[in-house]
Design a protein around this ligand. Structure first.
Ligand SMILES: [Zn+2]
Length: 67
């Protein structure tokens, strides 16, 4: 099946029976990211976490409840 990357609009062809195609059909994931965009997002997320700007709001709330 042909899928369009949500970030760079490139059309990729993926195996219709692969896990990703199944997930797209079952709406477990609604967007497709090509491998290069996926890598870029992953790297950016890891960078954000390592700089400490990424806030774990849920965990902070939980801790307040406990004290
Ligand atoms: Zn892309």
């Amino acid at each position: 099946m042909r899928v369009k990357c949500v970030l760079c609009d490139s059309i990729e062809t993926i195996d219709s029976y692969c896990l990703q195609a199944k997930r797209l059909r079952n709406r477990k994931i609604t967007t497709y990211m090509c491998p290069s965009c996926y890598e870029r997002i992953k790297v950016n997320t890891e960078k954000r976490i390592s700089t400490g700007r990424f806030q774990f709001n849920r965990e902070i709330k939980k801790e307040k409840h406990l004290t």
